[in-house]
Design a binder for this molecule. Structure first.
Ligand SMILES: [Zn+2]
Length: 84
């Protein structure tokens, strides 16, 4: 079941699969990246990312390479999330 928009009471629908989220700490350092699916409300168009896969943490092998690839992906740009 997909999320229900709390404002409109409508079931949200998938608007984009495999959206990358890059999470930054308050100090500006990237902490992890993760992929999920974007779902949108058909009425108000509010969009959230849900159904996350496994996180790639900053200390894991290949993190920097994946981060740079995600940031350079103009066709499917990442969502930048920030702590606090
Ligand atoms: Zn809505």
């Amino acid at each position: 079941m997909l999320p229900i928009c709390a404002t409109c009471g409508k079931e949200m629908s998938i608007s984009k699969v495999g959206v990358c989220v890059v999470y930054y700490l308050r100090d500006g350092n990237p902490y992890y990246l993760v992929r999920g699916d974007a779902v949108s409300c058909p009425k108000c168009k509010n969009t959230v990312v849900v159904r996350f896969g496994k996180k790639k943490e900053h200390y894991q092998l290949g993190f920097e390479h994946e981060l740079q690839a995600a940031l350079a992906n103009e066709a499917n740009p990442p969502i930048i999330a920030r702590e606090g």
